[in-house]
Design a binder for this molecule. Structure first.
Ligand code: CO
Length: 132
């Protein structure tokens, strides 16, 4: 079941510079900064009411966000839906011919289980499913 939009991922070149906008100028609150080594990113979580912005700074040009920024520049990266029953949902999507990036959930920011769907199957949007 889809519960809500958990967060929107935004690729940034420089987290400190991004926070000067989102925190200092927009006045949003920075909840935490976390490094997710597996994804080669440093992540700042910025809650916006019931949802969040996930600001992603690459820690390695060969990582997924590093490659994304090299190709497309900074900006919108992914939308994350909070779901229950993530494994089942992935299995069902696969049966329906949806191309998955992650066939099994892996660990993401905040200890959530996450899995990405390929933009080729979604009309060009990188979609993350997460379960807390
Ligand atoms: Co995310």
């Amino acid at each position: 079941m889809f519960e809500k939009i958990d967060h929107i991922g935004i690729a940034v070149r420089d987290l400190d510079r991004a926070l000067r906008f989102y925190r200092d100028q927009l006045g949003l609150e920075l909840k935490e900064i976390e490094e997710v080594d597996e994804q080669k990113v440093k992540i700042a979580m910025v809650p916006v009411s019931e949802s969040k912005l996930e600001l992603l700074e690459s820690t390695d040009p060969a990582g997924p966000v590093g490659k994304f920024i090299a190709k497309k520049g900074e900006g919108f990266h992914h939308i994350s839906f909070r779901v229950s029953g993530l494994e089942d949902k992935l299995k069902r999507l696969k049966e329906q011919g949806v191309e998955l990036i992650d066939h099994e959930p892996r660990y993401g920011a905040g200890g959530a289980k996450v899995a990405f769907l390929h933009p080729r199957s979604t009309g060009g949007i990188l979609i993350e499913l997460c379960e807390h």
